[in-house]
Write a protein that binds this ligand. Structure first.
Ligand SMILES: Cc1cc2nc3c(=O)[nH]c(=O)nc-3n(C[C@H](O)[C@H](O)[C@H](O)COP(=O)(O)O)c2cc1C
Length: 192
């Protein structure tokens, strides 16, 4: 089984989402023998914005890098995504990754009956954290966006681990992290 681990936080060792994705991946490693983990740090090694030269095919190196990013996603059985809330949405580095994996004809296509996701059969686990409390609120553009995006690609098996209110107080931060860590998804249930 292949697991793709993505982090996007700019806060390094102080990052909440990095702590949560690390715990999620460690849990998978403890339960799934032979698990192949690939870690991609989108902060340390950001993917360039999608540009016209990539889509137009004039930048061969960038196109090859985009194809490798897409292949890495297609090959993954499980994708663990660290998605901190920055300015109410996901970090732009994570969006740059999404722009390379949402590809017409590869991970989705349009049909007479509407759009069809082509990346079925994967499981996605998202760890998200926010300074304020946004879960289930109209101010949250992280969880609804990622549900829409992965659902559009054909992935309905998506779970969220949330740590809200990180900025309220040190006590609140510690409690939100503990609560999130106590409710990590089970690695070995049948994928939907
Ligand atoms: C650039 C930046 C933008 C942020 N924007 C928001 C925001 O819009 N709403 C919010 O509640 N918290 C916001 N925060 C707080 C983060 O969501 C919070 O620090 C969270 O822990 C981020 O996850 P991380 O620790 O993994 O980076 C922001 C933090 C940073 C660094």
């Amino acid at each position: 089984m292949k697991l793709l681990h993505l982090d996007a936080s700019v806060l390094g060792d102080h990052s909440v989402t990095r702590q949560l994705t690390g715990a999620i991946v460690a849990r998978w490693q403890a339960h799934v023998p032979g698990l192949e983990v690939t870690h991609r740090d989108l902060d340390a090694a950001p993917i360039p914005h999608l540009a016209g030269s990539v889509l137009g095919g004039t930048d061969d190196m960038e196109r090859a890098r985009g194809e490798a990013t897409l292949q890495q996603f297609l090959e993954a059985d499980v994708v663990v995504v660290g998605a901190p809330m920055y300015n109410f949405g996901i970090p732009s580095t994570l969006k740059a990754w999404i722009d390379r994996i949402a590809v017409n004809g590869r991970t989705f296509r349009y049909t007479a009956n509407g759009p069809e996701g082509l990346a079925r059969g994967k499981r996605v686990v998202v760890a998200t954290a926010a300074g304020g409390v946004h879960g289930g609120q109209p101010t949250d553009f992280v969880e609804p966006y990622l549900r829409q995006l992965f659902g559009f690609l054909g992935i309905s098996d998506i779970e969220f681990v949330r740590a809200d209110g990180i900025g309220l107080s040190p006590e609140h931060r510690a409690k939100a992290i503990d609560t999130a860590l106590a409710a990590l998804p089970e690695p070995l249930r049948k994928a939907a």
